[in-house]
Design a protein around this ligand. Structure first.
Ligand code: PEP
Length: 332
């Protein structure tokens, strides 16, 4: 049996008794208004009542609890709680966004064993946050600037997102890189600011088809991971999320095969190990993104290094998003 373990206070165990690596509690995510108080622990020790006490600006760095599944490998095998995030991109007006979250709330409000996140456009963050307040659904933004404030027309800061009870932020999505010229060093600055602001970054990496065909997949991923996550401390690396999104699979309907995706994830985990240690790398969640649909989600999520998905197109339809979320629970 493994040695000392922190007690798990949140998240469901799967039927096989495997226990979960639990991410940060949703501390300060929700407005302090009516609804159940979030009882989950937080490193700021403001869990009771979390909503009232843990406000944006508090120093409540993401807390992580872990347990072992007892498959001793000398390190305690760490299992990771899957996370499904819907990246809505430039879709849905405020009223459409509200209708959508009302619809998924019926199925996902109390979901356990998986973290569910919606990432609406900036304009809909507040309205969506109000609808999901008090539920298990988390709120994420699709981008942010690394500076606190200033003359950056059109940009939004981490502090602005925190005040809307955002808990996650997508950083370095391939569309930001290819359409808006975002570089690895921009990604690095954003990741650092997000972490310092108690936002959990979802850091996207992935190769183009041309790069894959030229046998450059690994070197592209290596550069993106090593530059994007440069000088990030181990304890912070643990709380961030990465997303492997082969660009040729994004919005194309062409999904990586489970083997191709697993290979990419395994390689990324190896890079993370090289930047930290085995235990840290085993604790980082890596989502797969690229034409995930209810029909292919289960097989992808069964892969050992795939910890859920970043979902674009299929996250815009309530029924398909809910089915994808549920398939991660079946995938074990
Ligand atoms: C994405 O944009 O992150 C994505 C994975 O999109 P899609 O699911 O539509 O391929």
């Amino acid at each position: 049996m493994p040695g000392k373990q922190a007690p798990a206070k949140r998240g469901a165990s799967h039927a096989d008794g495997v226990v979960k690596f639990l991410p940060a509690p949703l501390c300060g995510v929700y407005p302090a208004k009516e609804g159940p108080v979030i009882q989950e622990p937080c490193s700021c020790n403001a869990a009771k009542p979390a909503r009232a006490a843990c406000r944006p600006g508090n120093d409540c760095a993401p807390a992580i609890l872990q347990k072992s599944n007892g498959l001793e490998n000398g390190l305690n095998t760490i299992m990771r709680k899957p996370i499904i995030a819907g990246n809505w991109k430039m879709n849905k007006t405020v009223s459409e966004a509200v209708d959508f979250v009302e619809a998924i709330k019926r199925d996902l409000a109390d979901i356990k064993g998986v973290d569910v996140v919606v990432c609406p456009p900036f304009t809909a963050l507040q309205a969506v946050g109000n609808v999901i307040a008090g539920t298990a659904i988390g709120l994420g933004a699709q981008n942010m600037h690394w500076e606190k404030s200033g003359a950056f027309t059109g940009a939004v800061s981490a502090g602005m997102l925190r005040e809307l009870y955002c808990h996650y932020v997508i950083i370095g999505h391939s569309e930001r890189r290819s359409l808006f010229g975002e570089t690895d060093s921009d990604v690095n600055r954003k990741v650092k600011t997000a972490l310092a602001s108690n936002l959990l970054p979802i850091v996207c990496v992935g190769e183009t088809l041309k790069q894959r065909k030229a046998g450059k997949t690994e070197s592209v991923l290596k550069t993106q991971i090593e530059k994007g996550l440069k000088n990030i401390e181990k304890k912070e690396l643990k709380s961030l999320i990465t997303a492997y999104e082969p660009i040729w699979a994004i919005g194309t309907g062409v999904t990586a095969t489970p083997d191709q995706a697993q290979q990419g994830h395994q390689f990324i985990r190896g890079l993370l190990k090289g930047m930290s240690d085995e235990k840290t790398s085993q604790s980082i969640r890596i989502q797969y993104g690229g034409s995930v649909k209810p029909e292919n989600a289960g097989e992808l999520f069964q892969q050992p290094d795939i910890d859920g998905g970043l979902i674009g197109g299929a996250s815009l339809d309530a029924d398909s998003f809910v089915r994808i979320v549920k398939s991660v629970l079946c995938a074990g």
